[in-house]
Design a protein around this ligand. Sequence first.
Ligand code: CMP
Length: 140
Amino acid sequence: MEQTLIILKPDAVKNKHVGHILSRIEQEGFNILALKKVHLKDKEAKKFYEVHKARPFYKDLCKFMVSGPVVVAALEAPGAVEKWRKLIGATDPAQADANTIRKLYAESKEANAVHGSDSEKNAKNEIKFFFSKDELKGKL
Ligand code: CMP
């Protein structure tokens, strides 16, 4: 079994797509290990996306991620990292395959509805970033 960290971004929450996306997650066979709604602080968004610090979109991305609440979840499934990335589609919804979450719900490259960890190692760190030991007790 593998875990991945997902974020339903401010656009998905604002546009009331949370229910549809969570339903799709269950339909696709993921187990939801942990789930919560949070409003990131500027410092937290900057830390979470630190890996993109040198990129031209970093500042705007962080600003967007604190513009409203997000829903974060730790999901589990065989090959969860790749399974989720395949389900959400390309970063730019214009390039995403039909029926992927970003094709269905994303507005743009920045407001692209969802985030997913890009490796098993990063998934572990990202899950720890959002969920305490207590919240994950006995689940990993
Ligand atoms: P995410 O999976 O959360 O990881 C990094 C994010 O950076 C990505 O989704 C996009 O929302 C954002 N991103 C990547 N490339 C660009 C870009 N060229 N312009 C704006 N945002 C981008």
